[in-house]
Write a protein that binds this ligand. Sequence first.
Ligand code: BYC
Length: 326
Amino acid sequence: MSGTDSAESATRLSAHFDATIAHDQRIEPRDWMPDGYRATLVRQIAQHAHSEIIGMQPEGEWITKAPSLRRKAILFAKVQDEAGHGLYLYSAAETLGIDRDELTERLLQGRQKYSSIFNYPTLSFADVGVIGWFVDGAAICNQVPLCRSSYGPYARAMVRVCKEESFHQRQGFELLLTMMRGTEAQRAQVQDAVDRWWWPSLMMFGPPDDDSPNSAQSMAWKIKRHSNDELRRRFVDMTVPQAEFLGVTLPDPELRWNEERGTHDFGTPDYAELMRVIKGDGPCNAQRMERRTKAHEDGAWVREAAAAHAAKQQALRETTKEGTAA
Ligand code: BYC
């Protein structure tokens, strides 16, 4: 192909990509895409997958300490769902030409991130309820629009993830309702958990729009459909009536309904804290990464056994093929 031909073909491909995005159609793995689009998706999907897997730790700690068989079974199912979400997401990332081993390496070497929220400790069983209510609630606000993300495999993975997150949120709320109908001490535990998790949950949506280096391009490519601040505001609007129903106070003196704007006004999260936690200096970062690394090392024999099994099956298929050809 001459230089002019390849330049024309690149222009055609790029115009086709732009038109697909403009018409709200999906980009699929075999389609041409700009390098930046691919890199942004790998970054976001990997961050999301790592969050699901690391996110199993704070609640997982309570499986052996759950107060009843029913609560244990529910929590077990939820934590298993998070593992499943991580796997769908790693599979979605693999369609972009990067494998899960490489993504895991990048996480373990600190070259990729996971959500700040999972660096906070779970101090009582009420935290399990509040994680379901706030963290899964925030995840729903963030991820329902991702079902319309422009990249097909990511958008499709999000549909099932969101259905499961919705169950997770309700189980959290139901747990808290039960505790709020219990003893004074249980109500105090719920309020304490709400006080500790509220601001970190608002930080899950990322830095404010003016300090979000990736938002404008991600929204132009329709990977993200709404800005960080818009989603944060939706989360507050969704959560306030739920808090009233539950009978807890959200720890924000600036929180009030703004009749004129038809939304809540609320205080500013401590974004310096968010940046510190993202950089590794949160209450549990070291422990989370230590456990993730240990789980990966402990799983080495499973990966080796799976690879040996796959090689045997491949050799068997080749021998059978040769036999049939002869
Ligand atoms: N924590 O330009 P920005 C779950 C990073 S899993 C850590 O706004 P972007 C669940 C950001 O990555 C929850 N890092 O970025 C699981 C970027 O750094 P890099 C996870 C954060 O990508 C188990 C830099 O800061 N959900 O729901 O446009 C149990 C600048 O930010 C955070 C997802 O991952 C943070 N909070 O927007 C229960 C959803 N915020 O990558 C629940 C998908 C920002 O340039 N992800 N950063 O080095 C997203 O929607 C977006 O990636 C974000 C950030 C809204 C998180």
